[in-house]
Write a protein that binds this ligand. Sequence first.
Ligand SMILES: [Zn+2]
Length: 134
Amino acid sequence: MAKAYAGGCHCGAVRFECDLDPAAETSRCSCSICAKGRFWKTIAKKDAFRLVKGADMVTEYGFGSGIIRHCFCRRCGIKPFGRGNMEVLGGVFYAVNVACLDGDAPLQFAAREIVFQDGANNDWSQSPAETRHL
Ligand SMILES: [Zn+2]
């Protein structure tokens, strides 16, 4: 059962809402950008994500194929979400930064299992051998 969550960047310029299952899978990945930012994500479908403030404050970064757009606040530099369009994830999706959710939502999600993905080796279905740095 989905529940509405709110979140945003550090300075408050970018705010979003999303509908997530409180039991939704969250993950950390070893790919080059997730590892550097220690990005902790959960996936929201297109219709379950709403950017409610700061569209003009979001700046996007892409690399490689550019399929994934990493969305940062241009003032504080925090990345509240990424977005992309991948068949394996059901089309248009948002990768919500769990750490950017309001209140105790990050603690609630942290109490559950976090899935580790070996993005460094393009093998997201497997956990990397080492995860402590992610
Ligand atoms: Zn900000």
